[in-house]
Design a protein. Structure first.
Lengths: 230, 496
C-alpha cells in the first residue's frame, strides 16, 4: 500500500465516496422508507445469550467509538492528558479493555446468530456482511492497540490532522503514508463500514432516542389544530 | 378542568360464555401476518388461571405499570435514565417463551408421504423457524381450567386467599371459573406511551385511542415491558411493536370494533366518556384503597353545564357531547357503579371496565348428595363460589367493598325482576334488597334493560369521529382515504 496512486484512492477518494453514499442514502432512506428504521432486536426470541453478547458489545463499542471521536475533535487535550506516562497507561489500558469487551460481545453475538435457530430465522445476508465487517474492524483495532501502542498519542498527532485535512477538502496524505499496514486497513475498513451503513441495520445508531430525556412523559396527538401541545 | 373525550368500554363478565369469537375476529383481521402469529390483541382467559402471557399479572416478574415512589409516579420497568442504560438489553422484556411459539402443521406430508405401514401424520412445525417443534403450551392452554394444578393454582390473584378458599376453588363439585376477555385498555395514563423512547406511541387527543406510529417505532421495546396488561406486542419479524388499535378504521366509519361486533354473548359496550385530563396524575398517585373511587371522579357528568362548557371550550364536537350523554359506559361505571377497572393498582387508569360475574350457589357434598349452603334463590354474595377476595384482587386493588357493591346490586336487580315476572319472590323483599343495594326500581329497570334487552345501538354508542376534519386543505385526500390500518399503503416488510 505504498503505491501513491493506491494511497490517493484509498485515503483521498474513498472517504468522500463513503460519506457521499452515507449522507445521500441515509437521508433518502429516512424520507422514503422510515418504516425500515429499527433496531431489529431479537431479544424477544432469545434472552439469556442476548444479554451476555449484546451488552458487552454495545458498551465496548460506544466507549471505543467515543474515544475516536474525542481524539478527532480534541487532539490537543488528549496530548496534554498523555503528558504524564501514568495517565497515558490508564487511557490506553481502559481503551484496550473496552476493545476486548467489544470483541467478546461481538463473537457472542455471531455465535448466537449461528446457533439459535429462532434468531437465525430473522437473519439476512446484510446482517452477516455487517457482522463480518465489524468483527474484522474490532480485531484490527485490538491488534493495533496491542502491537502499535500509544495510539491515543499518535492518533492525535497523525490521524486527527489527516481527518481534518479531509474535512477541509484538501487531503494531506503525508500523515497516513507512513502508517503501519494494520492501521491503514483499519482506516479503510472504517470508510467501508460508513459506506454500507445506510443499507444495513446499522442505521439504528442514527435514531438513538435522545429527545426522550427531555420530552413530556405522555404523548398526545391531535388531528385537529392542537388545543395545546400535550 | 381540561375536558377531553375518550372512547371507553365495558365488558359484562356475567354474560361472557367464553366462545373466543372475539379473539378469532381480531386475529383474522389484524394479526395473521408473519411476526404477529403469536399476538392476541384480544384474548379470553379462564379465571382462575395464569393467562396470556403466562402470569402476566405477576409484576414482580414483569415490572409493568406505575408505582408511587416518594410521592412521585414512576414506571416500574424503567426510568428515563434507566432506559438509556438498558436500551441494548431490556431486563424486564418477556420473551416468546412467556407467550408461545406459534406453529402450524406439516399438512403436505399427508399427501406426499411415501407408501408405508403407518398412516402419515401432520406434525407440528414452528412458524418462526419452520422446524419441527414439540408443543408445550399455547395461548389458551388453560381454557376451562384445563391443567388446573399448573395454571389455575398459580393465578397471581389468589394472593391473600385462605387455604380453605383456595381449596374451595378447585374442589370437585364446588369448582368454579369465569371468563376474562382482554384487549388493550386504552388507558388515560398509559405506561407504554410514557416508556417509548422514540415517542412513537401516542394517545389520540380526540378519542383517546392509544396507537403505535409504525414509521417512528424503532423497536427499543420498552413498551412491551412497561404495559402491565401485556397488551403491547413485539413483532419479531418487522422489529416494530404493535398493539390493539380498537379497530379505529371501523370506529371512524361508525362501526363497532370487530371484537365488539362479533361478541356472541353481547357482553361488550362502547361509548364516549368525558374526563378531566388535568387531574390524571393526581388521581393515579392515590393510595390503593382510594384508586377505584378516584378514577370515577375523573369521569365527568356529560349533563353538567360546567362540563359541557369546558368540552365546548376544548373543541369537543356537539355530536360527541351528545353521544357522551347517551354512553352506556357512563351508566355502568359512574351512575350504577357496577363496572370496575381491572387491576387499577397498576395506575394506568384503564378505560375498559368489567362488570364482575355472579357465581353459582355454594354447595357441599355430604353423605353422597349435594347440599346448597344457602336457601336463597340467588344466594348471599359473601357465600359466592368465587371468593370475593379473588374478584377484589382483580377489580378492586384488593379491596372487597367495590366488588361486593357491584354484585349486590346485580343480585337485587335479579330479585326485582324475578318478583315482577315470575312472582315467586315477594315484591316487598325485592324492594328491600334494592334499597340495601343502593338501587331504585327505576335504576333496576334500566340496568335490566341495558343488560338483557340491549340492542346493537344500545351497546355501541359510537361518536362521529369527524375524521374529515383531520385532512387539511392542500393535503392529498387519496392518501388519507387509503390510510386505514397502519396508515400507509406499502406492506410492513422487515428492514435490513
Amino acid at each position: 500500500m505504498t503505491n501513491p496512486f493506491v494511497n490517493q484512492l484509498l485515503f483521498a477518494v474513498v472517504p468522500y465516496l463513503a460519506m457521499f453514499i452515507f449522507f445521500l442514502a441515509t437521508i433518502l432512506r429516512y424520507r422514503l422508507a422510515p418504516y425500515s428504521y429499527s433496531s431489529l432486536s431479537s431479544q424477544f426470541l432469545e434472552n439469556q445469550r442476548h444479554f451476555w453478547a449484546l451488552v458487552p458489545f454495545h458498551y465496548g463499542i460506544v466507549f471505543v467509538l467515543t474515544g475516536h471521536v474525542v481524539a478527532f475533535f480534541l487532539p490537543q487535550q488528549i496530548l496534554a492528558w498523555n503528558s504524564r506516562p501514568l495517565r497515558l497507561y490508564v487511557l490506553e489500558t481502559t481503551a484496550l479493555v473496552f476493545g476486548l469487551l467489544t470483541v467478546v460481545g461481538l463473537l457472542g453475538a455471531i455465535a448466537r446468530r449461528l446457533t439459535v435457530s429462532k434468531v437465525r430465522a430473522v437473519t439476512n445476508g446484510f446482517d452477516w456482511v455487517v457482522l463480518a465487517m465489524l468483527l474484522a474492524q474490532v480485531l484490527l483495532g485490538v491488534f493495533v492497540a496491542i502491537f502499535h501502542p500509544w495510539g491515543s498519542a499518535w492518533f492525535a498527532a497523525a490521524i486527527s490532522p489527516y481527518l481534518w485535512s479531509l474535512v477541509r477538502f484538501s487531503p494531506d496524505l503525508g500523515y497516513v503514508a507512513m502508517l503501519p499496514v494494520a492501521v491503514k486497513a483499519h482506516i479503510v475498513l472504517a470508510y467501508a463500514i460508513i459506506g454500507v451503513t445506510p443499507f444495513t441495520r446499522l442505521v439504528h445508531i442514527l435514531v438513538v432516542p435522545n429527545p426522550y430525556l427531555w420530552r413530556r412523559t405522555q404523548v398526545v396527538r391531535w388531528y385537529r389544530a392542537p388545543k395545546e401541545a400535550a | 378542568m381540561d375536558v377531553r373525550s375518550q372512547v371507553a368500554m365495558v365488558f359484562h363478565l356475567d354474560k361472557c360464555i367464553g366462545c373466543h369469537t372475539c379473539s378469532i375476529a381480531c386475529k383474522n383481521i389484524w394479526t395473521d401476518r408473519r411476526g404477529t402469529e403469536y399476538m392476541w390483541w384480544n384474548n379470553v382467559e379462564t379465571k382462575p388461571g395464569t393467562g396470556f402471557p403466562t402470569r402476566w399479572e405477576d409484576q414482580e416478574k414483569y415490572h409493568g405499570g406505575w408505582e408511587v415512589h416518594d410521592g412521585q409516579l414512576q414506571l416500574r420497568s424503567t426510568s428515563k435514565t434507566k432506559t438509556i442504560f438498558n436500551i441494548y438489553h431490556n431486563p424486564s422484556m418477556p420473551t416468546m417463551d412467556d407467550y408461545y411459539e406459534p406453529w402450524t402443521y406439516d399438512y403436505q406430508h399427508l399427501f406426499n408421504a411415501p407408501e408405508g405401514p403407518d398412516q402419515p401424520t401432520a406434525r407440528p412445525i414452528s412458524m418462526v423457524t419452520g422446524e419441527l417443534i414439540h408443543i408445550e403450551a399455547g395461548p389458551n392452554w388453560d381454557d376451562d381450567l384445563g391443567g388446573s394444578p399448573v395454571y389455575a393454582e398459580n393465578d397471581p390473584n389468589l394472593k391473600g386467599l385462605s387455604a380453605e378458599q383456595r381449596a374451595q376453588l378447585s374442589a370437585v363439585e364446588r369448582l368454579v371459573f369465569f371468563y376474562f376477555p382482554r384487549i388493550c385498555n386504552h388507558c388515560l395514563n398509559p405506561s407504554c406511551v410514557a416508556s417509548c423512547p422514540s415517542g412513537a406511541l401516542y394517545k389520540r387527543g380526540e378519542d383517546g385511542i392509544v396507537l403505535v406510529d409504525q414509521q417512528r417505532c424503532r423497536g427499543w421495546r420498552m413498551c412491551v415491558a412497561a404495559c402491565p396488561y401485556k397488551k403491547m406486542f413485539y413483532n419479531w419479524n418487522t422489529g416494530k411493536s404493535e398493539k390493539c388499535i380498537l379497530c379505529y378504521p371501523r370506529l371512524e366509519t361508525g362501526q363497532a370494533p370487530a371484537c365488539f361486533h362479533s361478541c356472541v354473548g353481547r357482553i361488550r359496550y362502547l361509548g364516549v366518556v368525558l374526563y378531566d385530563a388535568s387531574r390524571i396524575e393526581a388521581v393515579a398517585s392515590s393510595t390503593d384503597e382510594k384508586l377505584v373511587e378516584a378514577q370515577r371522579t375523573l369521569i365527568l357528568d356529560p349533563h353538567d353545564p360546567e362540563v359541557i362548557a369546558g368540552a365546548r371550550k376544548n373543541g369537543i364536537h356537539e355530536s360527541v357531547l351528545e353521544s357522551a350523554q347517551r354512553s352506556p359506559v357512563y351508566q355502568f361505571v359512574k351512575v350504577w357503579k357496577i363496572a370496575l377497572p381491572p387491576h387499577i393498582e397498576y395506575r394506568t387508569m384503564p378505560m375498559l371496565f368489567y362488570v364482575p360475574p355472579m357465581s353459582p350457589v355454594m354447595s357441599n357434598q355430604a353423605e353422597g348428595t349435594i347440599h346448597h349452603n344457602s336457601e336463597d334463590l340467588f344466594h348471599d354474595i359473601d357465600e359466592s363460589r368465587v371468593p370475593l377476595q379473588f374478584l377484589a384482587n382483580l377489580f378492586g386493588a384488593g379491596h372487597e367493598g367495590f366488588v361486593r357493591y357491584a354484585l349486590r346490586k346485580q343480585k337485587a336487580v335479579r330479585w326485582y325482576r324475578r318478583a315482577l315476572t315470575v312472582g315467586d319472590v315477594e315484591m316487598a323483599t325485592a324492594e328491600r334488597m334494592l334499597r340495601e343495594a343502593d338501587c331504585s326500581p327505576a335504576e333496576a329497570e334500566a340496568i335490566y334493560r341495558l343488560t338483557s334487552l340491549c340492542t346493537f345501538d344500545d351497546r355501541f354508542v359510537i361518536p362521529p369521529m369527524h375524521r374529515e376534519e383531520a385532512i387539511q386543505m392542500l393535503e392529498d385526500p387519496l392518501e388519507h382515504k387509503q390510510g386505514a390500518g397502519f396508515g400507509f399503503v406499502s406492506g410492513p416488510r422487515r428492514g435490513t
